[in-house]
Design a protein around this ligand. Sequence first.
Ligand code: SF4
Ligand code: SF4
Length: 594
Amino acid sequence: MTTAYKIWDIPGGIHPEQYKTLSNASEIQPAVLPPEIILPLNQHIGAPAEVLVNVGDQVKTGQLIARNKGQISVGVHSSITGTVTAIESRPIPHPSGMPALCVVIERLAEEEILFLPPLNDWKSEPLEILLQRALDAGLAGMGGAGFPTHAKLNSRGNIHTLIVNAVECEPYITSDDRLMREKASEIVEGIEITRLITGAQKVLIGIEDNKPEAITALQTIIDRIPDKGIEIRVVPTKYPSGGEKQLIQLLTGQEVPSGSIPATLGIVMQNVGTIYALQQAIVLGKPLIERVVTVTGENCPNPGNRWIRLGTPMSFILEQVGVKADGPHQLIMGGPMMGFTVMDHQAPVIKTTNCLLLPEPKPEQPILPCIRCGMCEQACPVNLLPQQLYWNAKSHDWEKAELNSLFDCIECGACAWSCPSNIPLVQYYRFAKAEIKKERAETEKSDRARLRFEQRQERLAQEEAEKEAKRRARAEAAAKAQQAKQESDGDNAVNSDMKSEILASVARAKAKKQSQAEPSAVPPKPVLSTEQLKGKWETLQSKVETARTKLDAAKTENPEMVNALSTALGKLEEKAHQAKLAYQQAAEEENKPQ
Ligand code: SF4
Ligand code: SF4
């Protein structure tokens, strides 16, 4: 049983007609398989999946045909057994009406299943395995956003509260309602799995008070399990209570700051349909190949909920409910508030298709000038100024639109629903957001190009400076080598002189002896005096000292000169030695007793 709890309020909100009873009275119909499926590669927020198959390949039901490209991406599995007949651009359900790359598979009569291995004993599996399974099964948020489930669940450590979004506040849509009534046990198991993965201590299931059967079904299962950390929180029926930030505010009283995500408050939210898909992926190994879709509206002859294999063309479903595919009718994917018109009915059902709405044709409402009544402001659940945003968008004043928190707008449509002038306000906001994003992308692109250019210029300047430094070093080295050579040549000349002087000195001594023994008529060759020889020796010794000093300095400042200077020093030392010998010999000769 539920206990007393507090439900907070949100600003604004509206109470449109519900139209839920059109489709919520009967059980979910089983899937009828189409002859061909069309699987877009981008059924989620993030990078499109990467194709793994080729035309002509045979694939089984549940087989991975395109893998995730990065972490914000999920793979795509074949939802039937068949042959790949094309990998090409096809119409997809998107507000832009633009086509996208799809894998087209023609069904074979015999169905062969290729699921992942079941993880029945999931409580004892490592958390990484459970998280990986969410990725391997191609799970993406099924409430409409399509954010990759594994990426959202991978915030363990920061999360204390798991909120299960079972509000389903859009008029007409009842797919979650029927799923909870019929699969309550699987959903509660899915909640326990999600709780284990996220590490949340507390689970709050937010559900509107217009789903009493679903509330009873869930509560019955919750009462049977020993874990009492799961609580149902019934909120009043009001649109858009199912918005992520709005439901957090309703259940906890906390506001997720602008530009922030619930994880910053320690909260993670999962749609009830996604939680069911996770349970199927873990316990049965079943990838995301089908979902419940509400097919409804005043223009739908046979409204109700159906299991639909992903990739089933919408035209095939319209036929199943008795609508002529070429009939003059409007087809909306999603609800009347946040849905969009599907331009080509060959577009397939994808992971985020919760409703196909065939509304009553309404007479065109004339768009009148804004009368500044303020109704839109009163309806806004985010406390924005829709009227101001409208003027900003209309005058292409993107700067002011951003200042007026355009990007906090959740495009719920409550303002447009309230507007007596029938102004399609949300269309203006979507256009403004798209233009701002385009401008940002262009600015980022040119910033990146400028940065690349500046980095290149810097690199070239650095390379030039390095080359110049090397050139200078080479020139200095050459100059020093030249100087060393010159010094060496000069010293060699001195050395040669010294040898001559020594020889002359020896000759002089011999001649002196000879002249003393037998006087000659030939005068002796002029030679350096002992005093001059001493001067030569001292000069060379001084050069030796200078050379040593230079060599010591070169060892730290100019290593490439060390060899040349060592050689020059060796030679100088030799010369000084020779000069010393010459001087000593001359002095000896001079001092010999006559
Ligand atoms: S509700 Fe419509 S008419 Fe009234 S202020 Fe807003 S935009 Fe203008
Ligand atoms: S569509 Fe945006 S501006 Fe309008 S009510 Fe919703 S949140 Fe406010």
